[in-house]
Design a protein around this ligand. Structure first.
Ligand SMILES: [Zn+2]
Length: 167
């Protein structure tokens, strides 16, 4: 490979190495935020996760991992692991994306007005790492009337290990 400018031999990154690398990168700054470069995010995320969380992408309806999931648990940010939504607030919206009527805690998410595509929508992202999650609409069920329309690719479900807990 003379002249290519790279002296590092090709190596296979094992899952353990990738996880260790992610853990080392995911360090909060003084504001409690995780701010990484695009290059660092690319190391942690798959190309689909990167496209959606860092480039405001949207997965195709009915193609994501969680649109029809009924497992009890906590949906965490796929990028930084912050808990975002509970399965208790998940409902069947018929849209083809996982939908929730409220976050676990309003502090876990941030929003801003998104005027892309000639529409005014409320964009929602992880408050800790700014990963794009989806959009919030006002046609959801009670008690909030909100529909948080979230990309599966932005989430990682941590299933409850003790079904039927006494909480
Ligand atoms: Zn996050």
């Amino acid at each position: 490979m003379a002249g290519c400018g790279s002296e590092e031999p090709m190596r296979t990154v094992t899952k353990t190495e990738a996880a260790t690398e992610a853990a080392e990168l995911l360090v909060e700054n003084a504001d409690g935020k995780i701010v990484l470069t695009d290059e660092q995010w690319r190391k942690i995320l798959t190309s689909e996760q990167y496209r959606i969380t860092r480039e405001q992408g949207t997965e195709r309806a009915f193609t994501g991992k969680y649109w029809d999931t009924k497992t009890d648990g906590v949906y965490r940010c796929v990028a930084c692991d912050q808990p975002l939504y509970s399965s208790k607030a998940k409902f069947k919206s018929g849209t083809g994306w996982p939908s929730f009527w409220e976050p676990i805690d309003p502090k876990m998410i941030g929003t801003h007005s998104d005027t892309a595509y000639g529409m005014v929508r409320t964009e929602v992202h992880c408050s800790r790492c700014d990963a794009h999650l989806g959009h919030i609409f006002n046609d959801g069920p009670r008690p909030t009337g909100q529909r948080h329309c979230i990309n599966s690719a932005s989430l990682r479900l941590e299933a409850d290990s003790s079904p039927g807990g006494s909480d």
